[in-house]
Design a protein around this ligand. Structure first.
Ligand code: SAT
Ligand code: MN
Length: 593
């Protein structure tokens, strides 16, 4: 067979995998439109995809996954390092030899009667010093077409790789979508990922969570850079200056909405604008001027559909109007388009729900779209995509923001005292769980830096890596670190902050803090805004002064209880817990007294 490369490390690995899984045919994805169009046609002929209304949604397709395969499966995700300690107490671990044997047994002969697609892809602009190459083998056209949107694929990638051995091996086998034999395994020491028995998003689009976070976080540790679960946005002020912010939130907590935010009317009129560089993942390294720079390694958005509408995120909605793949949403048969909960108040009557059954949105009690249904849209479609999106040098970061869903406790925003305190603030993040992963929803769990499901090595080493990065930065040039919480509720369960576009009011305060232009109140947990410094112009009816004071308040008794939770969590790491974090916790305790 003819390979798209002469790279011997690539050819040998592919030949070995062909021997293992025994495909009928092998097809290299060269990135050409003819090839992709033929694949779309083939997928439509087998029912894997359905072509949507070409006039209303040109180039768009619908896909339904198996009903037992709709989210990431954290319980079946493993970090396979030589020792359990290298994976740490927050990851599932399996010894590599044992994992390979088990996975090869599952994968063996599983491509019989199927085609192997070889997808060469680049995370990051092809040839950028930040970028890394991966090759994914898959027996799913759906995966090919999603990877083509989410990454840079094709010939140019193999040319950029040349004969280097620095590339990530990825083997995906659908097998029988058997959830008892579903495994998502990362081998950071071998640059390898193997995923079997799933056909869903983060389990199978191996460039995304598996590579760009789990493997890349490990690479960053070894190579002195960082892979983080962070959006990147540029905030342009009326003078035309753009400041960049990276923000980490757990899955389905509004990263896509924040990254594509539309400023409130008053801000728009003054000339404020938000540019989206990325909505999920940042690769960060120090630039020649000593500042931290970030790129978005992805090339598209794999956003949550439910709740996306003209008010919550008009930019994301606009991005899905062409060349987009919708997964597990409802199919409106009247006009061959799609619908999901929260899109509008007019659900279709004549539709098919996400499981594939007839559905009347006006009368049915069932949901039309799965809560974790997704849209895969090309970044170029986004009306507010940053002009710096393709910049191989990345964008300079002024602020790092951590955040989660907390009904109580965390104030709307607070700033850490310095880098190490900021690392502590990230390490104690906790959030209510969402539908993005299988399991209970709405339970508070620790999710440090929003990396709990994505850190490819011992979280204690990861924290130490953060501390070490800080040591290499001039404090004047280091990003300032903040924490936000858009999700505070009153005792009746009502949200106290409107969120969405109004979050710009908080970003404005953050940038002012970075520029040293606004004062703050020092509390036990860090710097909190003075109420008068959060601009409520235009939302006085929605957020009263008393309400604002409440969400800016720090309740020391609640924090005392939180300290107990942090101690319990930290205890899991034993002696490996960085001394810096231990000290920061002691400082917090002392401050609370
Ligand atoms: O399914 S994905 O892992 O790609 C999305 C997410 O959970 O953030
Ligand atoms: Mn994510």
């Amino acid at each position: 067979m003819k390979h798209l490369t002469q790279n011997k490390t690539v050819i040998d690995w592919i030949e070995e995998k062909i021997e293992l899984v025994k495909p009928d045919e092998v097809v290299w994805i060269d990135g050409s439109e003819e090839q992709l169009e033929a694949l779309r046609k083939e997928a439509c002929s087998t029912g894997e995809l359905e072509k949507l209304n070409e006039e209303l949604l040109p180039g768009c397709y619908l896909h339904r996954t198996a009903v037992n395969d709709v989210a990431r499966v954290e319980g079946r995700t493993f970090i396979c390092t030589e020792t359990k300690e290298e994976a740490g107490p927050t990851n599932n671990w399996m010894a590599p030899a044992e994992a390979y044997e088990m996975l090869y047994d599952i994968a063996r002969d599983s491509y019989k009667g199927r085609t192997m697609y070889v997808i060469p892809y680049s995370m990051g602009p092809v040839g950028s010093p930040f970028s890394k190459v991966g090759i994914e083998l898959t027996d799913s056209i759906y995966v090919v077409l999603n990877m083509v949107i989410m990454t840079r694929t094709g010939k140019a990638v193999m040319e950029a790789l040349g004969d280097s051995n620095d590339w990530v091996r990825g083997l995906h086998c659908k097998c029988d979508i058997d959830d008892e034999k579903r495994y998502i395994c990362q081998f950071p020491q071998d640059n390898t990922i193997i995923s079997v028995n799933s056909g869903y998003g983060g389990n199978v689009l191996l460039g995304k969570k598996c590579f760009a976070l789990r493997i890349a976080s490990y690479q960053g540790w070894k190579e002195n850079w960082q892979a983080e679960h962070m959006l990147i946005l540029g905030l342009e002020n009326p003078q035309g200056e753009v400041k960049y912010i990276c923000a980490a939130f757990p899955s389905a907590c509004g990263k896509t909405n924040l990254a594509m935010l539309i400023p409130p009317e008053g801000y728009k009129a003054k000339g404020y604008k938000v540019w989206c560089v990325g909505d999920d993942i940042s690769w960060i390294r120090k630039g020649p001027d000593g500042r931290l720079y970030a790129i978005n390694p992805e090339n598209g958005f794999f956003g949550v559909a439910p709740g996306t509408n003209v008010k919550s995120n008009p930019n994301a909605l606009a991005a899905t109007m062409k060349n987009t793949i919708f997964t597990n949403v409802a199919h409106n048969l009247d006009n061959n388009t799609v619908w999901w909960e929260g899109l509008d108040k007019n659900p279709p009557e004549n539709a098919i729900e996400w499981k594939g059954n007839p559905w009347n949105g006006k009368t049915s009690e069932e949901k039309g779209a799965h809560p974790n249904s997704r849209l895969t849209a090309p970044a170029v479609n986004c009306p507010c995509i940053s002009p710096e999106f393709e910049n191989p040098a990345g964008v300079p970061i002024s602020a790092i923001v951590f955040g989660g869903r907390r009904a109580k406790l965390a104030p709307l925003v607070y700033q850490s005292r310095d880098w190490n305190h900021g690392v502590f603030v990230g390490s104690i993040m906790a959030s209510e769980t969402t539908a993005a992963a299988a399991g209970a929803v709405g339970v508070v769990r620790r999710d440090p830096m929003a990396m709990l499901p994505f850190c490819g090595y011992n979280m204690a080493d990861y924290w130490q890596h953060w501390v070490n990065i800080g040591k290499t930065l001039d404090p004047e040039k280091a990003p300032k670190i903040f924490n936000v919480n858009w999700f505070r509720k009153d005792d009746d369960g009502n949200f106290l902050w409107p969120g969405f576009g109004d979050n710009l009011r908080v970003l404005e305060w953050i940038i002012k803090r970075c520029d040293g232009k606004v004062d703050a109140d020092e509390t036990a947990i860090g710097y909190v805004p003075k109420a008068e410094d959060i601009n409520l112009e235009g939302i006085e009816d929605e957020v009263s002064d008393a309400q604002l004071k409440e969400i800016l308040s720090v309740d020391n008794s609640l924090w005392d209880a939180e300290v107990a939770g942090i101690e319990e969590f930290y205890a899991k790491f034993g002696d490996k817990l960085p001394a810096t974090l231990k000290n920061e916790l002691e400082t917090l305790k002392a401050n609370l007294k």
